[in-house]
Ligand binder design. Structure first.
Ligand SMILES: NC(=O)c1ccc[n+]([C@@H]2O[C@H](COP(=O)([O-])OP(=O)(O)OC[C@H]3O[C@@H](n4cnc5c(N)ncnc54)[C@H](OP(=O)(O)O)[C@@H]3O)[C@@H](O)[C@H]2O)c1
Length: 338
């Protein structure tokens, strides 16, 4: 099979080689998928830059999500059958024509669902679903802040918050994204390149505080967010995009920027900080991953959710696809098709 193999850290232009490699083999409970394409995730940019701790040693086939047809199953794969079209999570190995997925990490989808939308459902929508629905309770009228709100996970969170009737604050880094956030129904879009989100939200909210914050930017953004959070609120931290591409001093500054939190601080203020890493959830609670994925597929079918497709690239445009994500131009999910 063909695979895009990460062979060198550094530039997106030289990081990957398109090669013939051996077909993968299956363990019990796994399926083999003939992929239509694979999804890009911000973690891939971190991997290319050597900033991603979970990335396998090079040469590596990275990639977290594929869409395609099951061509083989092994052992007990539940209801999944050869011929099913699925959206599937891969534990790396996604940047390949043939990809392996745990059967619990796949969901059957209609042939009519376009590949770009289907691709958004695994890593990004399932992560958003877990952060929004599984780690806390949010209600109509609750005030939520979503960082990188125009991104893959961000647009998913916005749609979930909108459906719940929350008042939404969303940060982004361009005027084009501001317009997009308005069109999605974000009540208070904030371009953080022009305005300090902390000051803007403090001004709008007065004495009222936020009920939830979703932060995958990390560093100072978390520290400021914690101050904006009210009693009973939770700050869900699921990434640290702001650490990418910095030298060791810059990384250290970002890490220190998060702030220091003694448990007493959480008790006294009655606030929560919740870390999320879907790889760990997949390892320890695969049934939770399955529940998240099945629920988002259902919600797309009943039109509660409608994934935003940033762009669908061809495989020979892989470097361009990575550059697009790295340059923070994308709104929604990026897919690469074979
Ligand atoms: N914990 C988990 O299990 C898990 C799972 C999936 C994703 N994630 C995390 O969730 C975040 C979103 O992932 P995604 O794949 O959907 O990507 P994405 O949001 O489509 O792209 C990343 C966006 O982050 C924003 N950003 C803000 N500050 C940044 C900075 N200092 N450097 C780079 N980007 C910055 C940029 O948008 P603006 O310029 O508009 O702000 C950029 O477009 C990532 O941090 C990712 O690592 C975590």
């Amino acid at each position: 099979m063909k695979a895009a193999v990460l062979t060198k850290f550094g530039s997106v232009e030289t990081a990957f080689e398109l090669k013939e490699v051996l077909n993968p083999t299956l363990n019990d409970g796994q399926v083999l998928i003939q992929a239509e394409g694979f999804g890009l995730n911000y973690a891939d940019i971190m991997a290319i830059q050597g900033d991603y701790k979970d990335c396998p040693p090079l040469p590596a086939i990275i990639g977290y999500d594929v869409v395609g047809k099951i061509i083989k199953t092994k052992g007990n794969c539940g209801n999944l059958k050869v011929g099913n079209r699925v959206t599937a999570m891969t534990r790396f190995g996604g940047y390949a024509e043939l990809a392996v997925s745990e059967s619990v990490a796949c969901a059957v989808i209609n042939d009519s669902l376009e590949v770009g939308k289907a691709m958004a459902l695994t890593t990004q929508y399932s992560t958003a679903y877990y952060c929004f629905n599984e780690v806390q309770n949010l209600y109509k009228g609750d005030k939520v802040l979503i960082h990188a709100a125009a991104g893959g996970v961000g647009t998913a969170l916005v749609q979930m918050a909108k459906d719940r009737g929350c008042e939404i604050f969303g940060t982004c880094g361009s005027d084009e994204k501001m317009e997009y956030l308005k069109s999605l129904g974000v009540h208070h879009p904030i371009n953080y390149r022009k305005d300090d989100f902390y000051e803007v939200i403090k001004k709008i909210n007065g004495d009222n505080k936020l009920d939830a914050i979703f932060d995958a930017v990390g560093g100072e953004s978390v520290k400021k967010g914690f101050k904006l959070l009210g009693a009973g609120g939770s700050l869900v931290v699921f990434g640290a995009a702001s650490i990418t591409g910095k030298n060791i001093i810059g990384k250290l500054k970002t890490v220190l920027g998060f702030g220091w939190y003694h448990p007493l601080k959480f008790i006294m203020s009655s606030k929560a900080m919740i870390g999320v890493n879907m790889l760990r959830i997949g390892d320890s609670k695969p049934q939770v991953l399955k529940r998240c994925l099945e629920n988002v597929v259902k919600q797309v079918e009943d039109k509660t959710l409608d994934p935003t497709v940033a762009k669908v690239f061809k495989i020979d445009e892989l470097a361009g696809a990575h550059q697009y994500l790295k340059d923070r131009k994308s709104i929604g999910k990026i897919t690469v098709v074979w």
